[in-house]
Design a protein around this ligand. Sequence first.
Ligand SMILES: *[C@@H]1O[C@H](CO)[C@@H](O)[C@H](O)[C@H]1NC(C)=O
Ligand SMILES: *[C@@H]1O[C@H](CO)[C@@H](O)[C@H](O)[C@H]1NC(C)=O
Ligand SMILES: *[C@@H]1O[C@H](CO)[C@@H](O)[C@H](O)[C@H]1NC(C)=O
Length: 391
Amino acid sequence: MPGFLPWPGQLLAVAVLVLRPAGSLGVQCPVPSITHGQLKPTQNFTYGSTATLECDAGYIPVGAITTVRCLGSGRWHPRVPACTLGHCPYPPAIDHADRNPQREFPVGTTVTYVCRSGYALLPDISPITTCLKNFTWSSVPKLCQICAPPPKIANGQHSGLRTEQFSYGLEIKYSCAEGLSLIGDDSIYCTSDDGVNLAWSGPAPECKVVRCPKPTVERGRMTPQMFTFPYGAAVRFSCDEGFVLRGDAESRCLADGAWHPALPTCQPVLCPQPQVANGRLKSTLDGEMWYQANATVTFECLDGYHFLDDGSMSPEDSRTATCLPDGNWTPLPECKKEDAANVCEEVHYIQAAFECDVPMAEVKTLLEIQKLFLEIKKLKAELENLNVQVL
Ligand SMILES: *[C@@H]1O[C@H](CO)[C@@H](O)[C@H](O)[C@H]1NC(C)=O
Ligand SMILES: *[C@@H]1O[C@H](CO)[C@@H](O)[C@H](O)[C@H]1NC(C)=O
Ligand SMILES: *[C@@H]1O[C@H](CO)[C@@H](O)[C@H](O)[C@H]1NC(C)=O
């Protein structure tokens, strides 16, 4: 019986052994049935042995005594205590919040925090805390918060002047004194970047005098017609005929008092260097790659080619083309290979005459007549030219 010698001295121990009821050497105390707990050690409860009550998680022994001893009578002394549900302390207080009003908090109890008017818990944070089996509270929500008063601005005001508490999600609108331009976002709202603290979504806007200079684009027009150009004003540009817009057609007056994007320019429409198959530009000065509207170029055909007769009475062996304001040329001339057809026709005619058995003398006469006829025609043409010059 180790551990059980309550009185000092071997003699006294012997006396106790003698006084002990008969048969107590074989006594065993029963394993007690304990809800939500058990004795440690769990067996071999012989006379004089001690055991300690251990409760399940979340439970505590009723009373202060937890160790019991097995008596010779086969009973535990004192009586084995029961296990009862444990409690959490009062849940922590949160600024600007109320809790449900109960006073007891046994394990498993939940407590819901409610922010007072104007305050808000951050989103994604549960307002509920639970009493855990180790008698502590599960995560307690972050503070019920508000934003600091929104920043004041020079020459302007905001919509929150009469608001006392700036709760999560509240939007504040800014406006400027008359004639001033609001630079930046016209509203901010109470939010949280880090999920812990509340702050305004951005800086407050500014109120400034912003005027852009009148935009001038040479050879261009502007819509709409305006006389002052305040912040944010937008204008569109177009060019006079024969000119093309380089840059952005629309520009806006921004906070720095300048036009963005930069104003466009109107550049003259240009025609590309014209190309004529089997022909070339007559003047070497006409070697430019681009030509302005109204520019005129002169072509000639390469050797062995001539202009396709278009019925015009131009006696020259050159033709012109002009660059139009839309970037195209007037119709370009065409160079065709010298046609041998006329000569061939003559040969055929003469050959036919021979084949018809016309005597040589007659053929000769016919050709003479034809020659005279052509000479008369030529003289007439020269006479006409002379008349034209006189006129
Ligand atoms: C019970 O305890 C006795 C004395 O301490 C020991 O000799 C015995 O082995 C134990 N029996 C069991 C089953 O633990
Ligand atoms: C209580 O239990 C919870 C969850 O099991 C644990 O996170 C927490 O650290 C425990 N607290 C203490 C003081 O042991
Ligand atoms: C081309 O000529 C027309 C008519 O003479 C004139 O109105 C126009 O301004 C000229 N264009 C250019 C680019 O010189």
